[in-house]
Design a protein around this ligand. Structure first.
Ligand SMILES: Cc1ncc(C[n+]2csc(CCOP(=O)(O)OP(=O)(O)O)c2C)c(N)n1
Ligand SMILES: [Mg+2]
Length: 481
């Protein structure tokens, strides 16, 4: 396959081995079947006569793997620009031209990658900007959900401060990324969140009651109260459960997207990651896998300037994240994350590319994290208040989108005040109901992993029950025992 891709090397090998008839025949066979005649026919044979595991699993996988990826072809196309240069170095992956000039690639950029936007700070469309039109219905749902997210954040945050829930994370400043990206996707697209993307679930119909049940860890929580607050997940909404270890979702996203590709599904995977998350090895493994396997996955990096108290200048020296996409051979764009219309357009286009061209796409959104990292953090200890205030007031994504819908004649002051009264009431009610709902039974802590729980798990359950009996005052009352 390797020599078949590279004509010069193929010719050279031919010249060297022309006296060896068998080797030549091998080469000819190889070319007629890009995956090697022996491998392909062997695999087909294996899959017809099912062998015991693991062979019977591996064989069909191999057949389909090669059917569904055309990495070799893609690489040739990728470097086609140098194909006619006879002097070029014919290297695996494509031709590389020579230069007598010794020139290092400079670490600084002449110009930073610009940020795509459609709306200015007042919600006015920028002259000459191109964007995807949206209906009044979609625009109003987007606005409604962004405001809901704000109320949810304010009230849940306060509930944590009052000691009613143990932990919370807000999305303040990143409402447009949450909602506009969800609006641009299909509901079949699988979302692998980091943790600051509850808006995608909200858009898909996860109710305020569902959110409250999860944060209070009651018996109606889909996760049976086993996860920390904000670690939402919903199979019904194609939203994989948030996992605390940062970036583990990215290699998983590449794998899931590759399986969608093999099954020829009309859907893609969408994986969110923060700027801090890009320093994890999993970020690089995920992007590289997706690029090589040409997996239909959109990586949305929320660059919000901070990873807890670590500023991006301590996180990386590149021009943000967008440039890393090109290094991996992934199409990429940088978008103003405070501009809902720009996010909507970019994600809509990225989705079309991912699904119809079967390729990964990287979208870097820029929107400052206005809130603290979590309720365990006080960001005023490491960043100036006026910086936070500037982003909250001058670059607020919700106000900006409201400006646009008002100018279109789709929204009024009266509707605004009605919406706010109604949402506030709904969020408060959801919290009250969730708080009154009893907790899941203790036995649920030990179920759903093993068919027959092992001895050590049984021992732990007994020990827990004894401890609760001994110190009942330290455990919530009304716990089904
Ligand atoms: C593997 C791993 N390392 C460290 C942490 C602790 N941690 C939790 S959030 C976080 C910062 C992530 O920042 P970023 O990706 O920028 O997301 P943001 O909170 O800004 O949305 C860190 C270091 C973790 N959860 N997992
Ligand atoms: Mg961050």
């Amino acid at each position: 396959m390797w020599s078949a891709r590279s004509k010069a090397i193929g010719d050279y090998v031919k010249r060297c081995v022309c006296s060896n008839g068998r080797f030549m025949a091998g080469l000819v066979d190889h070319r007629s079947n890009p995956f090697g005649s022996s491998l392909a026919s062997g695999v087909a044979e294996t899959s017809r006569h099912a062998l015991p595991f693991p062979c019977n699993m591996a064989a069909p996988f191999l057949v389909r793997r090669f059917e569904s990826t055309l990495a070799g072809k893609q690489l040739e196309l990728l470097h086609a620009g140098d194909a006619d240069d006879d002097q070029a170095l014919d290297f695996p992956g494509g031709k590389v031209t020579y230069t007598p000039e010794m020139k290092f690639i400079w670490e600084n950029y002449v110009k930073r990658v610009p940020c795509y936007r459609v709306l200015d700070e007042n919600g006015d469309q920028i002259m000459g900007s191109n964007f995807k039109e949206m209906s009044k219905e979609v625009a109003l749902k987007m606005y409604n959900d962004m405001v809901t997210l704000q109320f949810m954040d304010t009230i849940f945050y306060e509930a944590q401060r009052q000691g009613r829930i143990s932990f919370y994370m807000t999305t303040i400043g990143e409402e447009a990324i949450n909602i506009a990206s969800a609006a641009a996707l299909n509901d079949d697209d699988l979302v692998l969140p980091q943790y600051r993307e509850p808006g995608v679930l909200l858009w898909r119909g996860f109710t305020l009651q569902d959110f409250a049940n999860q944060c209070f860890g009651n018996k109606d929580d889909g996760g049976k109260g086993r996860q920390m607050p904000v670690h939402y997940g919903s199979k019904k909404h194609n939203y994989l459960t948030v996992s605390s270890p940062i970036a583990t979702q990215l290699p998983q996203a590449a794998g899931i997207a590759y399986s969608l590709k093999m099954d020829k599904q009309d859907a893609c995977v969408v994986a969110f990651i923060g700027d801090g998350g890009t320093s994890e090895g999993d970020f690089h493994a995920g992007l590289n896998f997706a690029a090589v396997m040409e997996a239909p996955v959109i990586f949305i990096c929320r660059n919000n300037g901070w990873a807890i108290s670590t500023h991006i200048s301590e996180q990386f020296r590149s021009d943000g994240i967008v440039v890393k996409g090109q290094a991996y051979g992934i199409r990429s764009i940088r978008v103003d994350g405070s501009d809902a219309l720009a996010v909507y357009t970019a994600i809509h286009t990225a989705r079309e590319m991912a699904v119809s061209e079967q390729r990964p796409v990287l979208v870097e959104t820029l929107a400052y994290r206005i809130g603290h990292h979590s309720t365990s953090d006080d960001s005023t200890k490491y960043r100036p208040l006026d910086e936070i205030e500037y982003w909250k007031m001058a670059r607020n994504p919700v106000n900006r989108f409201r400006g646009w819908i008002e100018k279109k004649g789709w929204w009024s002051e009266k509707e605004e005040s009605e919406l706010r009264i109604s949402i506030k009431k709904q969020v408060l009610q959801a919290i009250q109901v969730a708080e009154r709902t009893e907790k899941p039974p203790i036995a649920e802590l030990f179920s759903d992993v093993y068919d027959q729980p092992p001895d050590n798990l049984r021992e732990q359950e007994t020990e827990l029950r004894e401890t609760i009996n001994k110190y009942p005052q330290d455990y919530p009352s009304g716990f089904p025992f």
